[in-house]
Write a protein that binds this ligand. Structure first.
Ligand code: 13P
Length: 250
């Protein structure tokens, strides 16, 4: 089943107010290419200004807390994000799993909190290079999915992003065959976990998606979109990726 593709940009810890000028071209391209969904996830501080600048564009966050409120200094909850105009929240990105030591259980709590607040949760999974070299990639990702996917997730409320850690920010990507094999394995796992809804959850590929490889990666079976880091920071790089997604959808 071909699902409507989602091209999401993750700005990570990049961007001050001046960066919002890039949203003009991205929002225009999103409007012109209505066959795919487009989202940008800037730093927390830019969410409200981004929504104000590009009201037609879906704006998301890069994290949320697993609880709605409480004594958690420095954290941001899903209901707070909703109030800023955010529509999505990335949870469990490998950089947070590594830097903030987030566990699968915490990621699942964050995803559940996002969904409960009405956000789309983008749950990230992916193996390290050592794990792939050891032949453990699919087992690692299956285990992350077992631990991180909220049982209430649906094709509307949940998105999964497969981001091999060794492909992030390196310019290296898996072969299309390896992407196809992993996405098929993720699809099977989602169906096992979520039943019929598992067939409707979009599975994004992330890791060095660029204008010159987007169409090829997005044409792979069960690749229902892309999660883009570096190349989402400028309209000049991100718009061709949106166009690649449209071409791959045809
Ligand atoms: P790059 O596109 O910069 O490799 O980053 C991918 C990523 O981590 C998106 O979440």
């Amino acid at each position: 089943m071909a699902l409507r593709k989602l091209v999401a940009g993750n700005w990570k810890m990049n961007g001050t107010l001046a960066a919002l000028a890039e949203l003009d071209g991205i929002a225009a391209a999103a409007a012109e290419n209505g066959g795919v969904d487009v989202a940008i996830c800037p730093p927390f501080t830019l969410i409200a200004p981004a929504v104000a600048r590009a009201p037609s564009l879906a704006i998301g966050a890069q994290d949320c807390h697993g609880q709605a409120k409480g004594a958690h200094t420095g954290c941001i909850s899903a209901p707070m994000l909703v109030e800023t105009g955010a529509k999505l929240a990335i949870v469990g990105h490998s950089e947070r799993r590594a830097d903030q030591h987030e566990t699968d259980a915490e990621v699942r709590a964050k995803a559940s909190a996002a969904i409960a607040a009405g956000l789309v949760a983008i749950v990230c999974v992916g193996e390290t290079e050592a794990q792939r070299d050891a032949g453990e990639a699919e087992a690692v990702v299956a285990s992350q999915l077992d631990g991180s996917i909220p049982g209430e997730g649906t094709g509307v409320s949940l998105v999964v992003a497969y981001e091999p850690v060794w492909a992030i920010g390196t310019g290296r990507t898996p072969s299309t065959g390896d992407v196809a094999a992993m996405h098929a394995a993720i699809r099977a796992k989602l169906t096992a976990l979520l039943g019929a809804e598992g067939a409707k959850v979009r599975i994004l590929y992330g890791g060095s998606v660029k204008p010159d490889n987007a169409k090829e990666l997005l044409a792979v079976a069960d690749v229902d979109g892309a999660l883009v880091g570096g190349a989402s920071l400028t309209a000049a790089q991100f718009v061709p990726i949106i166009e690649g997604a449209v071409a791959a959808s045809a």
